[in-house]
Design a protein around this ligand. Sequence first.
Ligand code: TNX
Length: 493
Amino acid sequence: AALLALALPLTSAQVPTESPAIALGSVVPAPLEVRQHGAAFRITDRTVIEAPRSARNVADRLAEALRPATGYRLPVVGQAGSNKISLRTDGSPGYRLTVTKSAITIGARENAGLFAGVQTLRQLLPPAIDAATPQRAKWVVSGGEIVDRPRFEYRGAMLDLARHFHTPAEVKKYIDAISRFKINYLHLHLSDDQGWRIQIDSWPRLTAVGGAPGTGVDGAGGGFLTKADYRDLVRYAADRYVTIIPEIDMPGHVNAAQVAYPELTCDGVAPPPRTDTEVGYSSLCIGKDVTYRFVEDVIRELAALTPGPYLHIGGDEAHATTEADYIAFQQRVLPLVAKYGKTPYGWNEIDQAPAATGAVLQYWNLEPTFTPVHASKVVLSPANRAYLDMKYDPATRLGLSWAAYIEVDDAYGWDPLSYTPERNILGVEAPLWSETLRSIDDIEFMAFPRLAAIAEIGWSARKDWESFRTRIREYYPRWELQGVDFYRSPRIG
Ligand code: TNX
């Protein structure tokens, strides 16, 4: 799809130069307050980007976004008169975007807010702004003001690198696409029965064996991240105000680790490598000391690589672990995450352990209400609403259907507050499991437009399907120009 977009730049016939400026509120996720008034601003070959040193990174992202399609220089400067896009640090939580004839101003307390404002601005320009080569278009933005801030502080996406490895270049392309919708956490599922995808120096066979060619579902998902790859991804994400959350899944989902290190089983015998999609058959050996040396080494190395606050230890579907063993395991392991300076994070099963006090839970179950017993905060990922690997309908070529078919309006039509009181909620996350996915096109086809629906649930205070439907329909040409694949839902039209 990326090649196609490059090969077919928009012709002037496809981009009417007289098209009216986009309405100020026509953005996904929907902004909080919008007042359209006054004259529009037009970006010209003389426009400059004004930013203080502290916001240089955001200014660079803005310039990168606007230069290819406009063909303008758009220099980043410390101070300018008029005809400028100005980034400034002010008191606004979220961001405030003001458009007058002489300037576009984005103000925010933090760079993350400025970056969110930049994503809004990109959607207020004609879709041709996403072309990779200079386009003939009037780069006009409607006059007025947007005051916007997130409903929840955590708006996440998850990629499963274990069932099929996805390369750093693919993960970066996904970060580009999700950060446009103000997603600010990317959870990487780095280990499972079929593969181990992150270098751990103290246990090198994890990747030498668990990341080898032939691992993954159907033997088609080999590969792993070196520590250098991972650090580079963390940096790339941080430059887009996305925080990486690593997950090592345990005590279940560990077959790949046990193939590499048979001492991690109770009988010391290596199990056969698995390339099927079954779940719930493997378990670390809860009574063995080596189990906790292994777990502590992995947590220590991952914590040292990860600047973000969270470390996810999985904990789901441990059907091969007794309940008593499961709790005993989490009682020892949850505190290890804190020992290395991170907030423990796990799938909702970890709430069985009293040591989950202070942890974050990721709720993936289907029951419509949930009250944490031990954990402090919940990230909502109900599988029948937020799982991007569920098929859209029975005809969808990719994906699974054990939780539901999830059309775009199903992904949009739920409220976190109906699950648990607001004080428990950290935010929402849309996981994408990779049993059936190979390429970045596969990932994108399952993620979009549903990820945009989840992003709006996480960001916007008000929700309206008809309005979302219209705004996301208007986004389609942007995905086409970005070379991002997506599902043309009949519900959107
Ligand atoms: C359940 S839900 C899983 C994963 C599978 C996924 C497929 C959860 C925490 N675990 O192991 O990949 O279903 O949809």
